[in-house]
Design a protein around this ligand. Structure first.
Ligand code: 5GP
Ligand code: ZN
Length: 116
């Protein structure tokens, strides 16, 4: 399923440019336009799902695919050993601004906890 008005659907389809770092059967990974760490990559499913809560409820294995792809990107970016953070902002109250499921892969610097 695709939402014609969704920014990340447009990136998946190649209608909006992005620096793509990895493509899988179910996912596309591209660099965040406003990086918050030396490595800041967004991993999104090709299917339009608004958020992680919807994905969890539909139980299609899509979250598994996103997490596995994020780990592959972390390995390729050289941050898997030093540590990385995978964030799913879920809902506007948690800071989600693009309502197409995406995991933020952050690494390459010290990451404070709690994140705020
Ligand atoms: P959210 O706040 O929804 O968790 O994260 C959305 C992310 O998408 C933000 O980190 C923002 O910088 C990124 N973003 C917004 N528009 C674009 C875009 O057009 N291209 C890319 N590559 N990233 C974007
Ligand atoms: Zn979408």
């Amino acid at each position: 399923m695709v939402d014609p008005d969704c920014l990340f659907c447009k990136i998946v389809k190649g209608e909006v440019p992005a620096e793509i770092v990895r493509e899988g059967d179910r996912t596309v990974a591209f660099r965040d336009i406003n990086p918050q760490a030396p490595t800041h990559v967004l991993v999104v499913p090709r299917d339009h799902l608004p958020d992680a809560a919807t994905a969890a409820a539909t139980d299609t294995g899509v979250l598994d695919a996103v997490v596995r792809e994020a780990h592959e990107v972390a390995l390729a970016e050289g941050v898997a050993d030093t540590g990385y953070r995978l964030v799913f902002n879920t809902g506007a109250g948690a800071g989600q601004t693009v309502f197409h499921l995406h995991g933020h892969l952050l690494g390459g610097r010290g990451l404070n906890w709690p994140p705020g």
